[in-house]
Design a binder for this molecule. Structure first.
Ligand code: AP5
Ligand code: MG
Length: 215
């Protein structure tokens, strides 16, 4: 199944992706994670992306599309994939469609996680991420068993540079103007499922499985 996770910053895309990829046995492709990995490794791509990310703005379309289509061309995507945070503009969605069509594929399902702005800010500013395995926690909603330590791998938890109130607000307004039009785009394509993302981790996942169907 070829799937996309759509939704504003903090909606729970990364959190739900962990369960979805396990159940449906597809690779998790997060463009945000790819950029953060490149920043960590000091690559040219990382340097280019960092200035946009720190301001809460989108990395230019051409750069993102090249990275995403490169990743989608890998062998492990042959039987399906879960895109998280891509596409984020109508331009990116059109490029993705062109790429998939050229390869005899299509988008099967777009999971659109809906959460109110106030809750998004609370989630983003309280988020802590594992440096080692990337698992996401929240200081109040989903606290780790030991403060600052990942439950899964024991790695150190850190706060993302773009999880300040100011940058989070900018990311949400960038979402509203540049990414939200994709809800219409995929509604017209007939493949979107709208999920209430504010109902708690297990409920959100159960709703996603109900919408997608068993594997
Ligand atoms: P990216 O890394 O994709 O960030 P984002 O879209 O801003 O989304 P987040 O990762 O912040 O949120 P999420 O929905 O994954 O939430 P999470 O599950 O962690 O992108 C970062 C930047 O990279 C962009 O700003 C841009 O600059 C650049 N970029 C990336 N892709 C791009 C593209 N295609 N085009 C251009 N630029 C691009 O959850 C958040 C918190 O809430 C966590 O603490 C979690 O524990 C908690 N939580 C989750 N679910 C629940 C729940 N049900 N109840 C309570 N708490 C919950
Ligand atoms: Mg994420």
């Amino acid at each position: 199944m070829n799937m996309i996770l759509l939704g504003p910053p903090g909606a729970g895309k990364g959190t739900q992706a962990v369960n979805i990829v396990e159940k449906y046995d597809v690779p998790h492709i997060s463009t945000g994670d790819i950029f953060r990995e490149n920043i960590k490794n000091g690559t040219e791509l990382g340097k280019k992306a960092q200035e946009y990310m720190n301001r809460g703005e989108l990395v230019p379309d051409e750069l993102v599309c090249e990275i995403a289509t490169d990743r989608l061309s890998r062998e492990d995507c042959a039987e399906g994939f879960l895109l998280d945070g891509f596409p984020r503009t109508v331009f990116q969605a059109e490029k993705l469609d062109e790429f998939l069509t050229a390869n005899g594929k299509k988008v099967d399902a777009v999971i659109n996680l809906e959460v109110e702005k106030e809750e998004l800010i609370t989630r983003l500013t309280g988020r802590r991420v594992c440096r080692k395995c990337g698992a996401s926690f929240h200081v109040v909603n989903i606290p780790p068993k030991t403060e600052g330590v990942c439950d899964y791998c024991g790695g150190e938890l850190y706060q993302r540079d773009d999880d300040t109130v100011e940058t989070a607000e900018n990311r949400i307004s960038v979402y509203d103007t540049q990414t939200k039009p994709l809800v219409d785009y995929y509604t017209k394509a007939g493949c979107i499922v709208n999920i209430d993302g504010a109902t708690g981790l297990e409920n959100v996942f159960a709703d996603i499985v109900t919408a997608l169907g068993e594997k």
